[in-house]
Each structure stands twice: as C-alpha cells, then as structure tokens.
Design a protein around this ligand. Structure first.
Ligand code: ADP
Ligand code: MG
Length: 342
C-alpha cells in the first residue's frame, strides 16, 4: 500500500541530506556569513564540535521582519524564482541550511543589523519556528550557535562521537577552501580541555598572503602565480612550478573554484595534472585555482553540498585549459625538458 510520508518525516529526510556531517553543517553557516558581506568570520568549536559550535560574523545581520522565516525550510533572501539560478552569485540559494539544522540540532541565533541598537537572540524549534525571542546587546552581525548536532538522528550522532577527530579534520580541510579564496579574516578555533587551539587563522587581501596564512609561509616556495585569459574562461591563482622534483606525491592540496565558489571538478583537475605532468613526469602540483566563467554557463544546483557543478561548455573549457596551461608552463622558463631528465 502506498501512503504519503508525514511532514515531520519529510523534513527529517530532506534535512539529513544537507547536514550530513559536521563539515557540511559548519560550511553552510560559513557560506551564510560570506553571503552576508562579512569581513570577519570566527568559527568556535567546543570539544571538536561534540559539545557544539558557533559561527560569528560582522555582516549585514538579519532584519527583525525576517525572524519568522529565517529558519524555515525553503525560505531565502537570495533567490526569487528558478530562473534566478541561472545567474546566482551568492553561495547559498535554496533556503535549506538553517531549516535543516533546526531539524537536526538545537539552533540559537543572535543578530543585529544596526550597531547603534541592541540585537536579538532567537531560539528555534525543530520546524524552524521561534521558541524564544529576547533582546540582547550584540555588535552588528550574526552568531549562529549549534548544540546537540544530530540529536534527532541517533545513528549519525553515534558515528560522529566515534569519529569526531576525523570529522573535525574534514571540517578544517573544507573550511580551508573558503579561507584561501575569501579576502576576509577567517579563524577556526577548537576549545578542548580548557585550551583553545587555532586550526585556521587566515587574513589577507591577496591569495599569496592567504596561502601563507593557511599552509605556512614555506608553502609559497615553488609556487608561481597563474593569470590566464582564454576565450571561454579566465584562470587565476597559484600552482607549483614544474621544476622536476618539486611536486607532490598525491593530489591533496589541489583546490579549485568556479567564480570563487569551492568546487569539485574531477575533469578539470585531471586536465591540470596532465598538463603539469607533461613537464614533471610523475608528480602532482599544489594549486589553488579560480576559474572565472560567465555565470550563465554553469549550473550549481546538482548536489546537496553545491560543490558539483555542471559546466555547459566543458569540452571547450578542458581543451582551452590544456592548451593555455601547456603554453604557460613552456613560457614560464621552469620547464625541465623531457630529454634531460634522469
Ligand atoms: P540560503 O543561504 O540558501 O538563503 P539558509 O537557510 O542558509 O538559506 O539561510 C536563510 C536566510 O537567512 C538567508 O537567505 C539569509 O537571508 C539569512 N541568513 C542566514 N545566515 C545569515 C547571516 N549569517 N547573516 C545574515 N543573514 C543570514
Ligand atoms: Mg545558506
């Protein structure tokens, strides 16, 4: 017999796809902070996130008139119709994150739009409805505080408790991608056993400064700036110079973006590696590369984490990438000719 699923179960099922891990929960909040125009974002975890975490920004804040809808499912200030998705420039657009977090955890938001006035603290129920609202003095911006992550998904909670250090590391890796691309102050700190440990402390107008802040100053050694313009895209960022022996043994530290949006692009990654390996046979480059595309030429609405993109003109992009990177490596003067290799 076929029957309709009740609304609460639907909410749990759909929320479970957005907030799968600690990393995805933190990422959604960081994206909201970036979208709010913040120049500073602080992520604080208590005991690796097991006891909760908060994301604080100095962005726009949330208007009091939006409080009723802010944590409901499919409510957003970023998208009005499906057509708007064709030219979306914000990181969020589906209005799912806060609603999903409410279904999965306890959510408290403190927000203020005007520095001259005091702000509000809101506590939400599972459906994203307001349980409690009080006036609270706070600076301009927003703090979203999450506790009891996965309280409504016991199997996931158990898994988190078992692998919390691993989950924490995955979160740091994911947030690094945002720290590298955003010209803002971004920090991640873990408070555990009475000690505060900084995992990310990034700041800097330019990408080289941010790479140094995230990976240490020595990471810049052997990197060259990339600034390529082609018919279909611009490519900017940093990549290892293909001096024989200066590459890496694996494909970690390969960060790709489309219009500053962190993205997983296996074919683009493969093409970059192949172009690099023409000059440096077996190794892999370290790179942080931002592909600039016309916003109408890709689709971001493919996966719950919005990292899988559909590039409409993928074959032209790959072809141009191969050619322009080949020329770039040839002209950078750092190439080791194949014949002179050991
Ligand atoms: P989306 O980001 O897709 O719009 P969310 O559920 O993540 O959906 O957020 C819902 C809305 O809440 C956003 O559209 C935005 O208006 C508001 N919002 C959320 N976080 C913040 C923040 N840190 N600062 C300002 N506004 C926020
Ligand atoms: Mg969002």
């Amino acid at each position: 017999m076929i029957t309709a699923i009740d609304q609460r179960s639907i909410d749990q099922i759909t929320a479970g796809k957005v907030v799968v891990t600690l990393a995805m929960a933190v990422k959604e909040l960081v994206e909201n902070s970036i979208d709010s125009g913040a120049s500073s974002i602080s992520i604080q975890l208590d005991n690796y996130g097991l006891d909760g975490f908060s994301v604080t920004d100095n962005g726009s804040g949330i208007d009091e008139q939006d409080f009723e809808l802010v944590a409901r499912k499919y409510t957003t200030s970023k998208l009005k119709s499906f057509e708007d998705l064709d030219s979306i420039e914000t990181l969020g657009f589906r209005g799912e994150a806060l609603g999903s977090l409410c279904a999965m955890a306890r959510v408290e938001i403190t927000t203020n739009t005007q520095p001259a006035k005091s702000g509000h603290t809101l506590i939400f129920n599972e459906d994203g409805g307001i349980l409690e609202k009080r006036v609270s003095p706070s600076p301009k911006g927003t703090t979203v505080k999450i506790t009891d992550l996965f309280r409504t998904a016991p199997v996931r909670r158990k898994d988190f408790e078992r692998h919390y250090k691993n989950e924490y590391t995955k979160m740091v890796n994911l947030i690094q991608a945002y720290a590298l691309v955003c010209p803002i102050k971004l920090q991640v700190e873990n408070n555990t056993k009475g000690r505060k440990i900084a995992a990310i402390q990034s700041q800097g107008e330019t990408m080289d400064k941010r790479i140094a802040a995230v990976f240490g100053i020595s990471a810049l050694k052997g990197l060259v700036p990339v600034n390529l313009k082609t018919r279909v895209f611009d490519l900017e960022g940093y990549i290892s110079e293909p001096v024989f022996g200066k590459g890496r043994s694996g494909t970690d530290r390969q960060l790709l973006y489309v219009n500053s949006r962190p993205a997983t692009l296996p074919k683009v990654q493969k093409t970059i590696n192949a172009a690099y390996q023409l000059s440096n046979s077996t190794e892999y480059p370290f790179f942080v590369l931002n592909l600039r595309l016309d916003p109408h030429t890709f689709d971001v609405n493919l996966s719950a984490d919005k990292r899988t993109l559909l590039l409409h003109d993928e074959s032209a992009i790959l072809e141009n990438l191969q050619i322009s990177l080949g020329e770039f490596f040839d002209s950078s003067g750092h190439n080791v000719p194949r014949s002179s290799r050991p």
